[in-house]
Design a protein around this ligand. Structure first.
Ligand SMILES: [Zn+2]
Length: 415
C-alpha cells in the first residue's frame, strides 16, 4: 500500500486541499480531504484525474501533420479523407500494431486515462476474408501499453446516405450485419482486464436504418453505442434530400437514443436537435482539434450547456494528443464564434479549466462505459500532477494556467 499527501486534488465535487490518499494495485483505497500528512506519505502538488479519450481512429496518427499542404482545388474534409483512405489501405497487421501501441503510449503520457477506439479497417490486407485480426491487434496494443479501452467495432456498408454502393477504397471497411455480429461475439471472448466492447455505426451515411435496428435487436442493450453524426454540412444536405430530415432529428425519430449513446461531433445542430440530445442524456463527443483541422465547424456549446447536456472529448484523427489543447481549442472556438469570454463554465464553477475538466471526465466515463476514472475510493489511480513555479496560485488557477498559458508543467502518473 502506498500513501500520498496531495496539496490539492480535483475530486468529482471540486477541488479539495490537503488530501491524503492510499493506493494499492493502481486503485485508490481511501481519499481523505483536509487531512494531516503522515510519516511515509509521498508529497504531490495539484492532482487531477486523467481524462477518458472518447473518440480515436488510432491508425490516423500515422498521417498527422502530413496533410497540411494545398492539393489541387479546394481542400476540405473530403479531400483529407481521400488521403486517409490511401493510408488505411496500406496498413497490415504489423504496421497497425506499431502505430496503435505508440499512439496509446502517447495518450497515457499525455494524461488520457482510457480510449474509445472507433475501428473500421476490418479486412486483412493479405486475406480479405479475415475481418477480426485487426481488431485483436488493437486490443493487444492497448493491453500492452496498459490503456483501458472501450473497443467499438464499426458497422460500415455504404458510401453515402441513400445506400450508395461503397467505393473501391472503402471495401476493406465493409461488413454485413451477420459478419458484424460474428465479429462482436468473437471479440467478447478476446477481452482482457479493463477492456470492453461497444456497438458502433459509422454514420447515417454508411449504415441503413434496417441494419442499425438488426444489430441493436441482437447485441446487448446495456453497452455503449457510438455513431458519427452531423460533422459536415454535406451530410446534413444529403440527409434532408434522401431522408427528409436533418441527421440528428432522423436518428431520434427512428431510435430510442438514451444515455448509452454517444453522438460523435454533432457539430451542425438546430435548436430542436440540441434539445433532443440534451434531454436524452446521450453524450456529445466533441473533437475540437480534429474538427478545427478538418474545417468541420463549431459545436453550439452555450445552447447545449444551458440544457445541461453531457459532453466528452476525443482526439479523433490525433493531429495532436493533448487533452489540455483539446479543451483550449473548445473554449477558444466558442469565444471566436460568440465574441464573448469564459463560455465553458458556470456560476457553480467559474474557472473554465476546472469546469471543462470535470464535464469531460463525467461525460467521458458515461460514453466509454468505464467507471472509476475519478479520484475516489475504488477509482483507478491514473492522474496528472501539475507543478507551477508560482506558489501563490490556487489550484483552479494552476489548471487554467496549464490549459491556457502553458507555464504550468503536468506529469501523468500511475500512483
Ligand atoms: Zn471519427
Amino acid at each position: 500500500m502506498n500513501s500520498y499527501f496531495l496539496q490539492s486534488a480535483l475530486l468529482s465535487t471540486g477541488w479539495q486541499l490537503n488530501v491524503r490518499v492510499t493506493v494499492e494495485g493502481g486503485v485508490f483505497q481511501s481519499i481523505e480531504p483536509n487531512a494531516k500528512k503522515q510519516a511515509g506519505d509521498q508529497d504531490l502538488k495539484h492532482v487531477i484525474p486523467a481524462l477518458p479519450n472518447v473518440h480515436s481512429h488510432v491508425f490516423q496518427r500515422a498521417m498527422a501533420g502530413l496533410s497540411e499542404y494545398k492539393g489541387s482545388g479546394q481542400d476540405s474534409f473530403w479531400s483529407w479523407r481521400d488521403l486517409m483512405y490511401r493510408l488505411a489501405n496500406e496498413l497490415d497487421a504489423e504496421s497497425l500494431y506499431q502505430v496503435a501501441r505508440d499512439c496509446y503510449a502517447e495518450m497515457r503520457q499525455a494524461g488520457y486515462a482510457s480510449v474509445c477506439e472507433f475501428h473500421y479497417v476490418h479486412r486483412n490486407k493479405d486475406n480479405p476474408d479475415d475481418f477480426s485480426t485487426y481488431s485483436e491487434v488493437i486490443l493487444k496494443a492497448a493491453a500492452d501499453v496498459g490503456l483501458p479501452i472501450t473497443f467499438l467495432p464499426v458497422l460500415y456498408a455504404f458510401a453515402g446516405v441513400g445506400e450508395l454502393p461503397l467505393n473501391p477504397e472503402q471495401k476493406r471497411f465493409e461488413l454485413s450485419v451477420d459478419e458484424y455480429v460474428e465479429l462482436f461475439q468473437h471479440l467478447q471472448g478476446k477481452l482482457s482486464k479493463k477492456q470492453q466492447l461497444g456497438i458502433c455505426f459509422h454514420s447515417i451515411r454508411a449504415v441503413s436504418k434496417d441494419q442499425m435496428q438488426a444489430v441493436l435487436d441482437v447485441l446487448p442493450s446495456d453497452v455503449p453505442v457510438h455513431i458519427h453524426i452531423a460533422e459536415q454540412q454535406a451530410e446534413i444536405d444529403q440527409a434532408i434530400e434522401q431522408l427528409g430530415k436533418r441527421p440528428v432529428a432522423w436518428l431520434f425519430d427512428n431510435f430510442d437514443v438514451n444515455e448509452h449513446w454517444s453522438l460523435v461531433h454533432a457539430t451542425h445542430l438546430d435548436d430542436t436537435e440540441v434539445k433532443l440530445i440534451a434531454e436524452s442524456g446521450a453524450v456529445v463527443v466533441i473533437c475540437p482539434l480534429t474538427e478545427a483541422n478538418l474545417g468541420d465547424g463549431i459545436f453550439p456549446m452555450p445552447e447545449f450547456k444551458a440544457l445541461n447536456g453531457n459532453w466528452a472529448i476525443g482526439s479523433d484523427s490525433h493531429i495532436e494528443i493533448k487533452p489540455q489543447q483539446e479543451l483550449k481549442m473548445l473554449e477558444y472556438s466558442q469565444r471566436l464564434r460568440y465574441q464573448q469570454r469564459n463560455i465553458c463554465c458556470d456560476v457553480s464553477q467559474p474557472h473554465v479549466g476546472t469546469w471543462m475538466w470535470l464535464q469531460a471526465l463525467f461525460g467521458g466515463q458515461q460514453a466509454s462505459g468505464l467507471g472509476g476514472i475519478e479520484i475516489r475510493k475504488g477509482g483507478y489511480a491514473q492522474v496528472l500532477e501539475l507543478y507551477s513555479n508560482d506558489v501563490s496560485k490556487q489550484a483552479e488557477e494552476v489548471l487554467d494556467d496549464w490549459i491556457f498559458s502553458d507555464r504550468t508543467t503536468a506529469v501523468a502518473k500511475t500512483l
